[in-house]
Design a protein around this ligand. Structure first.
Ligand code: FAD
Length: 463
């Protein structure tokens, strides 16, 4: 331990960013992740300022044979960004985004959040598909897929990833694109943080907004499944334009909602329509007339505002969480009923659960084209337990696991979305998620990380 201590001091002395150990002020804040349940204590946290720091931290970990975890936005519910007794490579100080509006490319540093990407790209009326919350990290969300509002037309986030710069386990910087090391780019498109530290992503951009139509009618669960059945059928007919979620929640005591609805179980049909105003309004109208409304937040607004709308619901490091999602082949009435029953019995008012349709651009990508694998599922179901007190851990984790398990008969080949991984306890899900792509991923892993240095993730063992 003394030798390690001396070495960490050595790393500290020649580092552009900060290296934090337990003795340093700021250590506890730096190891804090979005999920308040995660409490890991790395030997050191290397808050990198640039690529040279990342290379140095990786080489240092190799020399001391220490495990390495990588922190992007810190939002992974399983807490993979932090490890016990290893080096946490923290990219939260590397958030620069550079946009080339002519080439329609954004170059994004590995610790950026979607807030930085959306701000810089929307300055030019451009966007790339991210997630639904602006504070989520670009890196983790991208590397395991990326489901957001723009997926109907522009696919998953990975479908827009055109190049990346990666620091490998050897401490070398490798460029990957369609022309250079294309296998690595393929692997990054869904294979997670297995292949090295991505210091820069390059994304294709598309004209979006700046104003788009936000769709968010809210219906009461007690009024029955009619609106969800009609929504299911409608989005299936319009899946080139509409990729949405049906999100179950409990109405908060908030003056934005009618007082008589406070505490009620509801579902919101949430999405955006990016087309011309009249066409977008016409497309959304039937979804806003599916039954008695609790309220309706639909309206035209800046794309950037929509991306930030739900941030306040999900404060960093305050709530305890267990989220787990599975793909569904179809969405039969029985699965809708089940989702409603699960929502009604959720033990915490902060819990949400949701049904997502895929959207046409997501489904059009062949299984072998990205590591992510098969896209033939029509839907995803996610049970997202969120609660405040440790005393309620067991009840809430049991609810999420049970909700997830009882949707199994409607599942799609036992596959799950790896960005909602529970607490990462089910490694069989990783293999199942990749299907026939797993063996190729394991070979690429062996090429870039033969010693499995990067193993705090949905791990692919080198083959
Ligand atoms: C509030 C909230 C909202 C969400 N909304 C969505 C959504 O709308 N759509 C969606 O698809 N997902 C969503 N997610 C899930 C999200 O995609 C994952 O939690 C994802 O892991 C977050 O990425 P991060 O960089 O913040 O994570 P981190 O916890 O920082 O990292 C997670 C893992 O990613 C890898 N990693 C991180 N940075 C790098 C890097 N630079 N290089 C290599 N590997 C790296 C590492 O393996 C790390 O352990 C949401 C999660 C939360 C908590």
């Amino acid at each position: 331990m003394d030798a390690q201590r001396i070495s960490i001091d050595h790393l500290k002395s020649d580092f552009a960013g900060r290296v934090l150990t337990e003795a340093d002020a700021g250590f506890d804040a730096a190891r804090q992740l979005w999920n308040a349940m995660i409490d890991r204590r790395p030997s050191a946290i290397a808050q990198c300022r640039g690529t040279a720091d990342v290379i140095q931290a990786v080489r240092f970990a190799t020399a001391l044979d220490l495990p390495v975890s990588i922190r992007g936005g810190g939002h992974n519910v399983a807490g993979h960004a932090a490890c016990d007794s290893g080096i946490m490579i923290d990219l939260s100080q590397m958030r620069t985004v550079h946009v080339d509006p002519q080439k329609r490319i954004a170059v994004v540093e590995g610790g950026a959040t979607w807030a930085e990407v959306d701000r810089e790209t929307q300055a030019f009326g451009l966007a790339t598909p991210g997630g639904l919350i602006s504070e989520t990290g670009v890196a983790g969300l991208t590397l395991s897929g990326g489901f957001g509002h723009l997926r109907a037309r522009h696919g998953l986030t990975i479908d827009n990833l055109v190049a990346a710069d990666v620091v490998t386990a050897e401490g070398k910087l490798v460029r990957t694109s369609a022309d250079e090391n294309p296998d690595l780019l393929w692997a990054l498109k869904g294979g997670g943080g297995n292949f090295g530290v991505v210091v820069r992503f390059e994304f294709a951009l598309h004209p979006v907004g700046p104003e788009v139509l936000f769709i968010a009618p809210i219906y009461a669960v007690e009024d029955g499944p009619g609106p969800i059945r009609a929504w299911r059928d409608y989005v299936a007919q319009h899946d080139e334009d509409l990729a949405m979620i049906c999100e179950f929640s409990t109405v908060p005591e908030d003056d934005d909602f009618p007082r008589e609805a406070w505490g009620k179980k509801v579902f919101a049909l949430v999405g955006i329509a990016t087309g011309a105003p009249d066409a977008a309004e016409a497309l959304a109208k039937p979804l806003r007339e599916l039954g008695p409304l609790v309220t309706d937040f639909s309206g035209r607004m800046p794309y950037n505002d929509i991306q930030r709308l739900f941030d306040a619901q999900t404060p960093f490091g305050e709530m305890r969480c267990y989220w787990k999602a599975r793909y569904l082949t179809d969405l039969p009435d029985e699965m809708i009923d089940l989702a409603m029953e699960n929502a009604l019995r959720a033990p915490s008012p902060n819990t949400i659960s949701s049904l997502w349709n895929m959207g046409s651009a997501v489904r059009s990508v062949p299984p072998g084209a990205t590591a992510f694998g098969d896209r033939s599922m029509g839907w995803m179901y996610s049970a997202d337990g969120v609660w405040a007190n440790a005393a309620d851990d067991d009840a809430n984790i049991a609810w999420a696991r049970d909700s997830w398990a009882c949707a199994e008969p409607f599942g799609h080949e036992g596959r799950a979305y790896l960005n909602f991984p529970g607490h990462g306890e089910d490694s069989a899900l990783t293999r199942a998620a990749f299907g026939e792509n797993y063996d190729r991923l394991a070979r690429i892993k062996a090429q870039y990380d033969p010693g499995n240095m990067f193993r705090f993730n949905q791990n692919i063992e080198p083959q």
